[in-house]
Design a protein around this ligand. Sequence first.
Ligand SMILES: Nc1ncnc2c1ncn2[C@@H]1O[C@H](COP(=O)(O)OP(=O)(O)O)[C@@H](O)[C@H]1O
Ligand SMILES: [Mg+2]
Length: 228
Amino acid sequence: MAANNEFALRCENLHRYLGRDDARVHVLRGVSFEARRGQVYAIVGPSGCGKSTLLYLLGLLDQPDGGEISINGQVMSNTDDAARTAARGEHIGFVFQFHFLMLEFSALENVMMPMRKLGRLTQEQMVERAHGLLTSVGLGQKTHRLGTQLSGGEQQRVAVARALANQPSIILADEPTGNLDVTNSALVFDLLTRLAKENGQAVILVTHNPEIAARCDLTRPMRDGLFV
Ligand SMILES: Nc1ncnc2c1ncn2[C@@H]1O[C@H](COP(=O)(O)OP(=O)(O)O)[C@@H](O)[C@H]1O
Ligand SMILES: [Mg+2]
């Protein structure tokens, strides 16, 4: 078998229950998955099948009830909050359907935020890197615009730049184009995949859009908490 760290992300036999008592649901029922650097994976499946729950687990935002998750060869699923938070900041970038930008801050400030948290760069280095990332998503002229002064498509491009801020090895995207029109969907998807290929990142993307799924390297259909 190949060495663990060949994969940016790996999970094995993940189980997750949500809700209490009578409402307790076995949401993930033994999910295994591996993601290589430079590859783009689509997770598709009907609403409620467990896609977001899985992405939360993979992003170390939630803990599984069973199974194991490793990031760059290191098992993270049984580590403490501090270790998971650190791993998340360093290795994982998120793009959600709703961008979750701080709209009262500039595009530049939003992209710098994960860098500030990680605390490895000087102010000057952060500004330079954020500027470069915003340029690569086509917003080099709008770095000082506030979130409120950007269109929906532009906001989502800022979210993509923010996800790349700390050069993560893994990008997790939950319906990243779900809230965008056709043109902006294509733009954001192209950006995500192009930058991921250039930087050798693994992208795991949940999508309802069959055209987008078809353009990923691999599609994993999900049903009732399992890959089919
Ligand atoms: N906090 C919760 N308590 C109980 N059930 C939940 C909770 N969160 C999600 N679920 C259930 O888990 C299932 C999977 O949800 P989710 O992962 O959001 O699905 P998807 O992203 O594929 O639409 C759904 O049936 C949903 O109702
Ligand atoms: Mg979902």
